[in-house]
Design a protein around this ligand. Structure first.
Ligand SMILES: CC(C)(COP(=O)(O)OP(=O)(O)OC[C@H]1O[C@@H](n2cnc3c(N)ncnc32)[C@H](O)[C@@H]1OP(=O)(O)O)[C@@H](O)C(=O)NCCC(=O)NCCS
Length: 153
């Protein structure tokens, strides 16, 4: 990816930059879904990609499940709209999956709202599949529970 630094773990100091871009990158307010917890306490499992001039290009908030240590779980991820369609999102997932695989994970999971067509297409393109679960996050909050084996090739 020309013009971009290699993916690296998140650090606590990335929170402010992520907060600044998140609502416009997602196209809606993300609220506390973008929680500081993922930077301050879980940063080392997350992924950050920035341009060579230091501007954020993409980030992934994720963790290794303590209930199911085989499982790497993506909480949210986003890419600068100006940089979409160039493999940045796939790079976030590959880097997260690579590190989680080294830590012993064999599966990776992510949720997608069925009406978010871009996110659904992205996961299917990366080889994810899974059931639509009605009310998975509460009344009216249906989600596709996407999963695939690691590594992501
Ligand atoms: C979803 C998102 C992260 C994809 O990032 P990206 O950098 O454009 O994705 P990539 O370029 O790495 O694409 C990887 C694959 O997904 C496909 N894809 C990505 N976005 C797509 C879209 N909107 N429609 C159809 N296919 C799409 C690409 O065609 C590519 O497939 P290929 O490997 O067969 O060519 C980005 O659109 C985004 O930030 N959206 C807003 C936030 C969001 O919805 N996040 C996910 C929910 S938490």
């Amino acid at each position: 990816m020309p013009g971009l630094r290699p993916p690296r773990p998140l650090v606590a100091g990335d929170f402010d930059a992520a907060r600044e871009v998140a609502d416009s990158w997602f196209g809606h307010p993300v609220g506390l879904t973008l929680h500081r917890l993922f930077f301050d306490q879980l940063g080392p499992t997350g992924v950050w990609i920035e341009s060579t001039d230091g501007r954020p290009a993409g980030f992934l908030l994720g963790l290794i499940s303590t209930a199911d240590p085989d499982l790497a779980y993506v909480h949210m991820h986003a890419v600068d709209p100006a940089l979409r369609g160039q493999g940045v999102g796939a790079s976030l997932y590959r880097e997260f999956g690579r590190r989680a695989g080294e830590a012993g994970c064999t599966r990776i999971r992510a949720l997608a709202a069925p009406h978010r067509e871009g996110a659904v297409a992205f996961h299917r393109a990366l080889g994810f599949d899974g059931p639509l679960r009605e009310g998975h996050l509460g009344p009216g909050e249906d989600r596709i529970v996407f999963e695939r084996a690691l590594p992501i090739t």
